[in-house]
Ligand binder design. Structure first.
Ligand code: GUN
Length: 283
């Protein structure tokens, strides 16, 4: 079997064009959705992610602002900046780009963002709302994965979904969203014994471990849906995921490539969350 490729790029394009229409409508109603990204330092990977977020925002018609500070910015000053954007009605979404310098407490920063502007979905209030099935901002990568599955007609109900990786940003929340859609969910991580024996049981396999080629063709059940969240550079500097794509596509039924899979959807869901935040401010 050769898998069909899930093109995140294509799905993102369709979703963005839909969002652009909604933004045009919002603007007619006098609401101009705005997103501010706060960056401390000049981490090249962060700058590259931000470039994609700016491009998507501008394409959709969201007012975008990058607020960049030197690496030496104190935590206290960063918290003050966040507070000023919490109060600023021009910006419906606030995103503090991670990672932050070591002298800044990431948790304190995330908790400072108003949950109503937390378009990353990282605030404990949003995570708690997600766990209890309430309306909330979903973190963007898990939301993008669920949207891709929905558009491709993959219903998780009754299926065994295996998530490899347990980060707060991807692994933990995507497992919860799959559970909400009635999948039977297993979490695997660096301490899991005999990883392959578990991934081979997956009808839906989500890999978010940050390790190139962690999952090979032999680790996949024939016909599985494989979602690769990895973003690694191989020995030639080429972007690659956590799944050995060429082997995996011979075993899976559907698979996301890297690049062009989960990445474009993550950025699109950030725009989606920003538009939702703006909609809530309509009188
Ligand atoms: N750094 C890498 N990915 C992300 C993300 O989705 N949000 C934030 N805030 N920082 C990141």
């Amino acid at each position: 079997m050769t898998a069909s490729i899930i093109s995140g790029t294509e799905i993102a394009k369709q979703t963005r064009s839909q969002l652009a229409k909604e933004v045009a409508q919002l603007r007619e109603e006098g609401v101009a959705p705005g997103l501010v990204i706060i960056l401390v330092g000049d981490n090249p990977a962060s700058l590259s992610y931000i470039k994609g977020k700016r491009k998507a925002s501008e394409e959709i018609g969201i007012d975008f602002k990058l607020e960049q500070f030197p690496e030496s910015l104190s935590e206290e000053d960063l918290l003050r900046v966040i507070d000023s954007y919490n109060e600023d009605s021009r910006f419906h979404g606030i995103l503090v780009q991670l990672p932050l310098p070591k002298h800044i407490d990431e948790i304190a920063v995330i908790e400072k963002i108003s949950p109503e502007k937390d378009v990353d979905g990282f605030h404990p209030v949003n995570l708690g709302r997600m766990l209890t099935g309430q309306k909330c901002f979903l973190s963007c990568t898990p939301a993008g994965i669920m949207e891709m599955l929905r558009i491709k007609g993959v219903d998780p109900a009754g299926k065994h979904a295996v998530v490899v990786g347990r980060s707060n940003i991807v692994g933990k929340p995507v497992g919860q969203l799959l559970l909400k859609e009635n999948a039977t969910v297993s979490y695997c991580h660096s301490r899991t014994r005999d990883l392959s024996s578990i991934t081979k049981q997956a009808d839906i396999l989500v890999v978010a471990a940050g390790k190139a080629n962690l999952i090979t063709g032999n680790d996949i059940k024939p016909g599985a849906v494989v979602i690769d969240v990895g973003m690694n550079r191989n020995e030639h500097g080429k972007l690659c995921g956590d799944v050995a794509f060429d082997e995996a596509k011979e075993v899976a039924s559907l698979i996301t490539p890297v690049p062009g899979g989960v990445g474009p959807m993550t950025i699109t869901m950030l725009a989606y969350n920003t538009v939702e935040a703006a909609k809530k401010t309509r009188s």
